[in-house]
Ligand binder design. Structure first.
Ligand SMILES: [Zn+2]
Length: 446
């Protein structure tokens, strides 16, 4: 099975040999001055062939070939087809069967990773790689019923028509999702599968870019770390694994990695340092089952399924539109909000398990907290049912805490969510208290 013959992983695990036996660029000249033809090096090569476990199995090969190619004591990697990923010309080819399972598990070239098997007959199963051009139609025969128009097929068509335009995978996914044919956006798995494939591709491209930069402009002329430098003992067995502190981590633009969220956290921390605490912290949740406009959109589009969970594409787009409208029509109009101007903001969008959006927003406004409390913009008392009937109805419907099993209430003096609240004449901040005390005048306010 050829799926673990990752030349880079093999080079990594045998890199120390590469450091000693790397031939010169002109190694095809059988010059006596050629460094690889040095007698000491030849003796080292013979010793390694006999004693090194990786090279031992190549010993026969070495002794028979050495007479033909004296400057090239070890086999070296060459790709026979041009589709294969770039290979370092000094990589040494090592047979794959001598490696332990754990080393194969470290295979880091995603095109070589195995996606699974194709069952050809009762006793013939063929391995198939993640980057196999037929993987997408194989996984989603319901979407690609005629095996046509999947990503690799479109690439092939463009190539055969000699078109210069190169379809990127990202554009392809977007075009499929927004297609007039709704099957892709309605599919329960294709969108998330495609997204993860895209992130793998981005990660791979980023790594290739870093490797290229490193080999072109070595920092302070230091060579890349050798295979030995990259290894560390495994926590689980006595074997060695890759040291993840040295190798390239998942870049922060890959959203499925922790670095993405870590970077955003640092971003917010920097804002807090610069602008101090935000004046407003707003939490927004979707009420997707009660939004009549969304219901109408779902009824009249695609398959008419009104269960929001089954329609993530339309629900997410609707939410984005609604949030943008809120910003444009309300937040940007200080005479309506009485926030003053919003000078800076940080919005965090979370998706709950049912697929609904949940947002936490920090806003820095020109009006201070004290001003907004004194002008009743920030308030914690129940609105007047006569003079503010609309607001009163909205607060009663959505903003009143009712104790249940989740807050282990009702309880005396308060449940886990701190209800009922203590009475207070004003909304104010007390030193050493982690939160504000809110104005609370009556039973209804508490
Ligand atoms: Zn409660």
């Amino acid at each position: 099975m050829n799926y673990s013959c990752n030349v880079r992983a093999h080079a990594l695990y045998s890199g120390i040999l590469g450091a000693f036996l790397e031939p010169n660029d002109n190694d095809t000249n059988s010059s006596e001055n050629n460094s690889i033809y040095n007698k000491t090096l030849r003796r080292a090569a013979i010793w390694l062939a006999q004693n090194n476990p990786y090279l031992h199995s190549l010993a026969n090969n070495l002794s028979s070939e050495r007479t033909h190619e004296p400057n090239n004591p070890f086999s070296r990697a060459r790709h026979t087809n041009s589709n294969a990923p770039a290979v370092n010309p000094h990589d040494i080819v090592i047979l794959n069967y001598n490696f332990l399972d754990e080393i194969h598990n470290e295979d880091f070239h995603y095109t070589r990773l195995m996606a699974g098997f194709v069952q050809k007959s009762d006793n013939l199963r063929l391995p198939i790689s993640i980057y196999d051009p037929n993987l997408e139609p194989l996984l989603f025969p319901d979407l690609f019923t005629d095996d046509k128009e999947h990503f690799h097929d479109i690439l092939n068509q463009l190539q055969s028509n000699n078109e210069m335009r190169i379809e990127t995978y990202e554009k392809y996914i977007k075009q499929r999702l927004m297609n007039i044919d709704p099957r892709w956006r309605l599919h329960h798995y294709w969108p998330s599968w495609s997204y993860l494939q895209l992130e793998k591709l981005r990660y791979h491209q980023n790594m290739q870019c870093l490797l290229r930069q490193n080999s072109t402009y070595p920092i302070n002329n230091e060579p890349l770390p050798s295979g030995r430098d990259l290894l560390q003992p495994s926590n689980y067995t006595s074997r060695n694994i890759l040291n993840e502190n040295i190798i390239i981590p998942v870049p922060s633009f890959v959203r499925t990695g922790n670095t993405y969220f870590h970077q955003k956290q640092l971003h917010l921390n920097a804002m807090l340092q610069k602008f101090r605490l935000p004046t407003l912290f707003i939490t927004l949740s979707m009420a997707e089952s009660r939004w009549t406009h969304l219901h109408d959109i779902l009824c009249n589009s695609d398959n008419g399924d009104t269960l929001p969970t089954n329609r993530p594409f339309h629900c997410a787009n609707y939410f984005v539109h609604r949030f943008q409208s809120l910003k444009n029509e309300l937040y940007k109009k200080p005479d309506l909000t009485r926030f003053g101007d919003i000078t800076n903001f940080f919005d965090k969008v979370e998706f709950q398990n049912r697929g609904a959006v949940h947002m936490h927003n920090c806003y820095w406004t020109t009006n201070t907290i004290e001003v907004m409390i004194s002008t009743n913009v920030i308030r914690s008392t129940v609105p007047d049912p006569e003079h503010e009937s609309e607001l009163y109805a909205a607060v009663l419907a959505n903003q009143i805490h009712t104790c249940d099993a989740r807050c282990q209430g009702p309880a005396i003096p308060a449940c886990k969510k701190r209800f009922p609240r203590p009475f207070s004449e004003t909304t104010h901040y007390e030193e050493n208290n982690s939160r504000y005390t809110y104005k609370c005048l009556s039973q209804a306010d508490s």
